[in-house]
Design a protein around this ligand. Sequence first.
Ligand code: 5GP
Length: 118
Amino acid sequence: MAEETIFTKIINGDIPSEIIYHDDLVTAFKDIAPKTDHHILIVTNKPIPTVSDVEAEDEQMLGRLFIIAKKIATDLGVDKSGYRLIVNCGPDGGQEVPHIHMHLLAGGKLGGLGFPQK
Ligand code: 5GP
């Protein structure tokens, strides 16, 4: 099992965050430094460092990220207007926290690829 991360502490409630969803496989909470009006992180409960570390046995958990992204987008009312999902991988991919997570960004036109400048 990979080392505990700051996201593990959030999932376990050891450090505060605005958790908006939690189940046996994934947890979603608001990003501490939002890049858009809605910036949610959907995180695997299991602390896999990066996409390069995933195994076949993780398939259901990784699929859950998309299922919950859709649920949150629907709850936010942006499922039809649109949103962006980003998974950064490794240093050159801009990943800061070594614990797999999907960014859900929404709130108006997001422009070209990458994080929009708020
Ligand atoms: P990455 O660059 O790894 O893809 O994204 C990491 C994200 O985690 C960043 O958008 C950053 O703002 C967010 N983040 C880092 N530390 C915390 C924290 O303690 N709480 C919350 N809610 N978000 C965090």
